[in-house]
Design a protein around this ligand. Structure first.
Ligand code: NDP
Length: 335
């Protein structure tokens, strides 16, 4: 079967494309430029024969997206702006996130052969970051919770995390509204992962162009951080688990029109430092000192719905961090 993919060269995207090919799918993937497609092929020559690239510089071009989705069976939509360096909330983040999602769905709806659409949403589409700075002790989040931020609040916010978070809930909500009103032939499955760790396998990745979530780990564990910062989002998932779930969802009957909150475990900045100190003793010299403070109280998570509908055994924090750091320290040596 053929899976159409957006965002395939990103951190989550590359892991998902590699998982698709491992499980014998053929991939048709959009890239914003030919150079990006070539970079992927160069990094993964063995997999490149299973990927057909379509160059679409603007993913909100509905005609181009519709034409590209001919003869495909599934869609996995992952492309969305995920960085905190923007100046124009609406045009750089909110509008692209929402419009790219809607255009992908509109294009898919024109092809009755497409039976399932999977969208990478985020825990930030669940999270209410205005409650106790996001920590909300006593709250247990589930896949029924929605970030209540509105478009207008996000458009005028000066907090980039608030804006990004709203872009994800607004885009995901728009997807469910589309399905409800347009009743397309496909069923929708969305995933809401919190911060994602695990090996960064995207093409041309270096320690100076890391995706946002891998940079959190690198900044802390490469000696750039002189002290351990607060943990503002204390739950994680490994990118390989997310890739496995996204690919499994394509053919999972239980996942039809379902939203999944997916989490491996809690994590704290101090734990990451301890793991590296224990597992990579030669790197200990550049770690910030671990000052033992009481972990802050914070929300809990309930992911029993994902555990009920998927055969998933979460990759634990230690393995996720060790595998991430192996790749990053190796990259640094090569640079
Ligand atoms: P990356 O920055 O590594 O990847 C982002 C991908 O989206 C790239 O392929 C990028 O393409 C594409 N993209 C971004 N903006 C646009 C745009 N305006 N038009 C076309 N393509 C665009 O980030 P991640 O892999 O981490 O993120 C992938 C998805 O996972 C996103 O939807 C993100 O919200 C979600 N997510 C990530 C989490 C994390 O911790 N990493 C946590 C929860 C959700 P290009 O290379 O051309 O820029």
């Amino acid at each position: 079967a053929v899976v159409f993919v957006t965002g395939g060269n990103g951190f989550v995207g590359a892991a998902t494309v590699l998982e698709l090919i491992k499980r014998d799918y053929t991939v048709k993937a959009t890239m914003r430029s030919q150079a990006k497609a070539e970079a992927f092929n160069k990094q993964y020559p063995a997999q490149s024969s299973s990927i057909e690239w379509v160059i679409i510089p603007d993913l909100t071009n509905e005609d181009a997206m519709t034409a590209a989705m001919t003869n495909v069976d599934y869609l996995i939509h992952m492309a969305s702006p995920f960085h905190f360096t923007f100046t124009d909330n609406v045009n750089e983040v909110l509008r692209p996130a929402k419009d790219m999602t809607l255009v992908a769905l509109k294009a898919a709806a024109k092809h009755p052969r497409i039976k399932r659409v999977v969208i990478t949403s985020s825990f930030v589409a669940i999270w209410d970051l205005m409650q106790d700075n996001g920590l909300w002790p006593g709250k247990t989040y589930t896949s029924d919770d929605w970030n209540p931020a509105t478009w207008d609040q996000a458009a005028s916010s000066t907090n980039p995390l608030f804006v990004y978070s709203a872009s994800k809930s607004i885009a995901e909500k728009a997807a469910y509204d589309f399905v409800e009103h347009e009743k397309p032939d496909f069923a929708l499955t969305t995933f809401c992962p919190p911060i994602i760790y695990g090996p960064p396998l995207q093409p041309e990745v270096t320690t100076s162009n890391l995706n946002t979530s891998t940079y959190v780990v690198w900044e802390l564990l490469s000696g750039q951080a002189k002290e351990i910062p607060d943990t503002t989002l204390p739950i994680f998932i490994d990118v390989r688990d997310l890739a496995y779930l996204q690919v499994s969802a394509l053919t999972n009957e239980k996942a039809k029109n379902q939203r999944y909150f997916v989490v491996s475990d809690h994590w704290y900045m101090e734990q990451l430092v301890d793991i590296v100190r224990e597992e990579f003793p030669d790197q200990a010299f550049r770690l910030p000192p671990t000052v033992r403070t009481k972990a802050p109280s914070h929300f809990d998570f309930d992911v029993t719905k994902a555990e009920r509908d998927f055969d998933i055994k979460w990759i634990p924090l230690r393995q996720s961090i060790v595998d991430t750091m192996k790749v990053l320290y190796e990259k640094e040596r090569e640079e």
